[in-house]
Ligand binder design. Structure first.
Ligand SMILES: [Zn+2]
Ligand SMILES: [Zn+2]
Length: 402
């Protein structure tokens, strides 16, 4: 079958690989009908999340049809239409039963202390072959797959495999209540869904920070107040838009590939911090292989966090769902501590949130497909990756048809 394979930093290829098989009684094999490219995949190619094993199939977002199930998978049968949870979970261990399915004790082959197990990730996450492929083996399929209700399309469901639940989880971590002013850093696909989730949870005002006009325009269409950090000082404008106090809560939907300002009033501070940011990049991305204008790591890993902490009100709440590798050790803890902030973070507990978001979609409360900007055949996956990596105008979220 065809699959997108990670060969090294800056080196991915569409290869022919053997079809997956049932290996454990809890496995299923699915035929994938839609996959998607995610910002998380870019970290592995840019080198800002290391320890990938050559030969690993990339991708952790998919919709498909069940082809075969192992003896222990009683709740699915061949022919069922399913969405795949990006994180693998068993459903029976204590963390799973408490809803913390990303911290499952049994899913990660490296043991209960190894952390989140997800598709198409580095060695410490499994590795489990990913979903940018014609077929996939799904471990712990009884919990890792969720049936798609009638009336929900592939184009809607593919966004509920990872990015919508991640954003929803982030909005829940931020404890958004009616009347809150929420600031979302990053207007990529997860940021867009963080805006939507904040509004669904009753936020009175959502402020959205990014540097790409097409993404800020999408945020504005949702009702958010956009700030372009290449033109304005985001912290100053957040203060202005919150009556001088700062936001009630902030969601970091950027993560390790954060960029500092290169123009405008916020660039002076970035110049002062140039050495600090360079040290951070060296720590999180020891090996990089940029090619022309592709696979370039972000130049300021803690920039979004710094702005978030500065833009929050006293005793505000920070939710971190942007991805940081375990090697990232720099955090502006002093400023956060002295402001009495509450900080919550983590990998999304997909299984816990996906059924509810499928139901919101089925009822028409939200149409997740509004964030999808590009649908490409798997044969064009390389070009799609390159355009998405460059954040080309109009490339917010890419579905791969398989
Ligand atoms: Zn993803
Ligand atoms: Zn579990």
């Amino acid at each position: 079958m065809k699959a997108l394979v990670w060969h090294g930093v800056g080196n991915i290829q569409l290869d022919n690989v053997p079809d997956p098989q049932i290996e454990q009684p809890g496995d299923a094999v699915i035929r994938i009908t839609a996959s998607a490219i995610c910002g998380t995949d870019l970290h592995f190619i840019r080198g800002t999340f290391s320890d990938m094993q050559p030969g690993t199939i990339l991708g952790h977002e998919a919709v498909g049809i069940v082809e075969a199930v192992g003896d222990e998978v009683r709740n699915f049968t061949p022919g069922d239409r399913v969405v795949v949870c990006s994180t693998v979970s068993c459903g029976v261990c204590p963390p799973c039963r408490a809803g913390h399915t990303a911290q499952c004790d049994n899913a990660n082959p490296n043991g209960p202390e190894a952390g989140t197990c997800f598709f198409g990730g580095p060695k410490a996450t499994g590795p489990v072959n990913g979903l940018q492929a014609e077929k996939a083996r799904i471990p712990f399929a009884a919990n890792t797959l969720v049936k798609i209700p009638d009336g929900v399309t592939d184009e809607q469901a593919i966004l509920i495999s990872d990015i919508f639940p991640t954003a929803w989880f982030g909005a829940e971590l931020a404890d958004i209540t009616r009347g809150d002013i929420v600031v979302v850093f990053g207007c990529g696909p997860v940021g867009q869904f963080a805006i939507a989730s904040a509004l669904l949870l009753g936020a009175a005002r959502v402020i959205a920070v990014d540097s790409h006009e097409d993404r800020l325009a999408m945020a504005r269409r949702q009702g958010a107040f956009p700030i372009n950090f290449e033109q304005e000082d985001p912290v100053e404008v957040i203060k202005k838009l919150t009556g001088g106090t700062g936001a009630d809560c902030a969601i970091d939907a950027v993560g390790v590939d954060s960029q500092h300002a290169h123009h405008g009033p916020a660039s002076a501070e970035a110049e002062e911090k140039a050495d600090k940011f360079a040290q951070e990049v060296a720590q999180v991305a020891p090996e990089t292989h940029p090619q022309h204008d592709n696979w370039i790591p972000g130049d300021a890993p803690t920039q979004a966090l710094e702005w978030a902490i500065a833009g929050l009100k006293k005793a505000g709440r920070l939710s971190i769902i942007g991805v940081y590798p375990p090697t990232a050790e720099i955090f502006p803890i002093g400023k956060a501590m002295n402001k009495n902030l509450t900080i919550k973070m983590g990998n999304c507990n997909h299984h816990t949130h996906i059924p509810y978001l499928l139901e919101l979609t089925r009822t028409g409360a939200i149409d997740p497909a509004g964030v999808l900007t590009n649908v490409e055949p798997i044969e064009k996956v390389m070009e799609a990756y390159e355009a998405f990596d460059r954040r080309e105008a109009g490339w917010v979220k890419v579905e791969l048809e398989i």
